[in-house]
Ligand binder design. Structure first.
Ligand code: T1G
Length: 689
């Protein structure tokens, strides 16, 4: 837990609690005891606090929240540092996050390695720093800069941390030796520079800037209880003495730990990491080397996928069948990189490096040397089967053959090759170079090493790969189809497009389904329904009139003069009434809560079926998909976690009611949901399916 070494009259304490030195109860106790010993040891003049592994301290142990706290608490350990008559200097060799940074700020000095990331990400977990962070950071860098850092939760580089004044210096080479020197310098100086004693940064100007930032933040997200709490905690530090303000912060923090938003965000944090573990896929499964890639299709998706490889340093060939499409695709990619460089999100050198890793080529035979080939061609089974049967003879032995299909049967695609074990789906989400989620579609014959390689590749591409099984729409789109169908039905029953969109955005989505449809283009769904069957009477009627949405200036809404936000169109509302009459559907008004239930419960029901069929291994995988692929509000934890908070009995009873109201018996609760509801169970209680 904490190793002690003595080097002359300096004690070096090294935290060792893999994988991230999280400050769980055992580590806190071990650190507290070690500090007590070296502080009491007359032979020791100064102390260095170091850590093992690539992370300095990843924060408090999030898995302990909401459970009985074992002493000493982190504030107790920091009080020991405050009371220390000897200097303690932190040697920050890696990420110092949350409680890790709070620990370092309670030291008398901080030396960082160039690779260290420094931050207080608590806001992302629906809480705020709870061990002095809202008090010490403002004393180091001012309440304005501190609030700005804490309200986004984004870490800064070691260099930036030094420029701000969070760390004293950034040192290449032997970090502990540098920290040792600094600790002895402080010991020799005869003074103990405690952050809590500083007030030079707490100026009226800085306070004014802080209050303006706080007002903005609260206005931007009025329901974010933790943003309000963060403002109150920082303000307390400007109005109360240090210890009183720390107590204020602690009270705010403890209240937030019990907040359902924070419980959902902490659930999502672990669900995302759990998704990387595929039941039955041993950790030591061999991987195939991926040194080069080929993407078939230079369209929006193909170009975006190619950018993911180029961004990860993997050379990639983009293959088209004709020169014009290839040139247009490559130009689009170059334009995207130019935009990023112009905005400063990448340097010009990075732009040129990444563009340089993407080669255009004509003809499938150019894919012959690639370690992985990703097909991103037209969403048509005939096209895909033709491509895969050719790739079967062109791709080198052992190459992984992946389809970026959003819906289609990957087993049927694999079946046209003589190497079904090398075939799987990699369903990227648009825009592929931005969205983190990738549904890794495991076909019946996909070999374990191919799946393991694809999951590692997903992480290497800085994506969030979640393993799913083969069915129409896999997990995300299969559930989305249920919400779309429910939305269409609601239109016929009397809820207007803007009422439905308003209920969905109030629920926490960035956009409602109809505004989203107008943005994506109503022609896409219309064509897909024509190919795969299914009817959306209102959306189809609009598409048949050429009302495709923003791209035609009219869809569910009107977009006069290229407006980006739609306005209500009486013509559409009259059309809906006509279609409802044709279908003999009586109309009535709906409350926002009814709209949310009618849209989201069928999704949850489909999620239950997906679990029953083993298409997803666990409810957390479904939630991870919806938070990262469809912008389900993370503070609601995803559809399955949210259903647990609603109560599965409530959900099941409502679904039965919807089935009888709409005559659609596919709304009847799935057997798994019925069983859990009857037992008073929760999806969270399910072990891996
Ligand atoms: N607590 C418990 N487990 C943690 C953890 C944490 N803080 N951080 C990571 N893990 C686990 C994670 O679940 C995974 O487990 C393994 O470590 C590797 O994680 C009092 C209250 C540090 C940048 O929010 O951002 O301090 O799946 O895959 O990609 O004010 O982990 O292997 O079983 O993410 O190398 C604030 C959260 C806490 C940082 C490393 N701290 N962690 O990234 O590894 S609240 C955070 C991260 C707090 C104080 C407050 C990242 C990382 P498993 P990983 P990585």
């Amino acid at each position: 837990m904490v190793r002690q070494e003595v080097d002359g009259d300096v004690a070096v304490l090294t935290l060792a609690n893999p994988p991230v030195n999280a400050l769980g109860a055992a580590l806190r106790a071990s650190l507290d005891e070690a500090l007590a010993q070296v502080i009491a040891d007359q032979a020791i003049r100064a102390i260095v606090l170091a850590a093992e592994g690539k992370v300095f301290v990843g924060g408090a142990d999030i898995s302990e929240f909401g459970k009985p706290q074992h002493p000493p608490s982190l504030p107790d350990v920091l009080e020991r540092l405050d009371a220390s008559p000897k200097p303690v200097v932190a040697a920050i060799g890696g990420a110092a996050l949350g409680g890790g940074l709070e620990l370092a700020m309670a030291c008398h000095g901080r030396i960082a390695a160039p690779s260290a990331k420094i931050g207080l990400p608590e806001i992302k977990l629906g809480i705020i720093p709870g061990a002095g962070g809202t008090q010490r950071l403002p004393r180091l860098i001012g309440p304005d800069a501190a609030f700005a850092m804490m309200v986004t939760g984004e870490p800064v580089s070691a260099e930036k941390a030094a420029a701000l004044g969070i760390v004293d210096s950034v040192v290449l080479g032997d970090l502990v030796a540098a920290a040792r020197t600094r600790a002895l310098e402080i010991a020799d100086s005869g003074t103990l520079p405690r952050v809590r004693d500083r007030s030079d940064k707490l100026t009226p100007e800085a306070r004014e800037k802080f209050e303006a930032l706080a007002a903005d933040a609260v206005k931007r997200d009025p329901d974010a209880t933790n943003v309000h709490a963060l403002a109150r905690a920082v303000r307390a530090g400007l109005e109360q003495d240090f210890d009183t303000a720390v107590a204020t912060e602690r009270a705010e923090f403890r209240a937030l730990v019990e907040d359902p938003r924070s419980q959902a965000l902490r659930y999502a944090f672990f669900a995302e990491r759990e998704a990387a573990r595929v039941p039955g896929l041993p950790k030591d499964t061999p991987r195939r080397p991926i040194r080069t890639a080929a993407v078939i299709g230079a369209g929006t998706m193909g170009g975006g996928i190619a950018m993911c490889f180029a961004n990860a340093g993997i050379p990639v060939t983009v293959i088209e069948t004709e020169g014009g499409a290839l040139a247009r695709g490559l130009d689009r990619v170059k334009g995207l990189y130019a935009g990023s460089a112009k905005r400063g999100s990448i340097t010009e050198a990075q732009r040129d490096e990444r563009v340089g890793r993407i080669t255009g080529a004509l003809g499938l035979e150019q894919a012959g040397e690639a370690d992985i080939v990703i097909e991103a061609a037209f969403e048509d089974m005939g096209v895909k089967r033709e491509i895969f049967s050719k790739l079967d003879t062109i791709a080198k032995p052992g190459a992984i053959l992946a389809s970026n299909t959003s819906y289609l049967d990957v087993n049927a695609i694999a079946a046209v090759t003589n190497r079904p074990q090398d075939v799987l789906g990699l369903h990227f989400f648009s825009p592929a170079n931005v969205m983190r989620l990738v549904e890794v579609v495991r076909a019946e014959k996909t070999a374990p090493d191919v799946l393991a390689t694809a999951l590692d590749l997903g992480k290497r591409l800085n994506k969030l790969p979640v393993t799913v099984g083969v069915c129409f729409g896999f997990v995300g789109n299969r559930m989305l189809e249920r919400r779309s169908r429910a939305g269409e039905r609601l239109l016929l029953e009397g809820a207007l497009p803007h009422e439905i969109d308003a209920a969905v955005t109030a629920f926490g989505f960035r956009m409602g389904p109809f505004a989203m449809g107008d943005l994506a283009g109503l022609d896409i769904g219309w064509r897909s329904r024509k190919d795969f069957g299914g009817r959306a009477p209102v959306a189809d009627s609009l598409a048949e009139q050429g009302r495709f949405g923003q791209k035609t200036g009219r869809g569910f809404y009107l977009y006069p003069d290229g407006a980006r936000t739609g306005t209500r169109d009486p013509e559409v509302e009259a059309l809906i009434a006509r279609v409802a009459a044709e279908h003999g559907v009586a109309r009535r008004s709906f409350t926002p809560d009814e709209i949310v239930a009618r849209l989201m419960y069928p999704m949850v029901n489909e999620g239950a079926r997906i679990l029953e069929e083993g298409i997803a291994a666990r409810p957390g995988d479904i939630d991870t998909i919806w938070i990262n692929g469809y912008n389900w509000p993370a503070w609601r934890g995803g559809p399955m976690h949210w259903a647990d908070t609603v109560g599965l009995k409530t959900v099941a009873e409502a679904l039965s009611r919807f089935a009888s109201e709409t005559g659609d018996d596919s709304q009847e609760p799935a057997p798994l949901l019925t069983r859990l509801a009857a037992e008073g169970g929760r999806f969270a209680g399910l072990k891996n399916a």
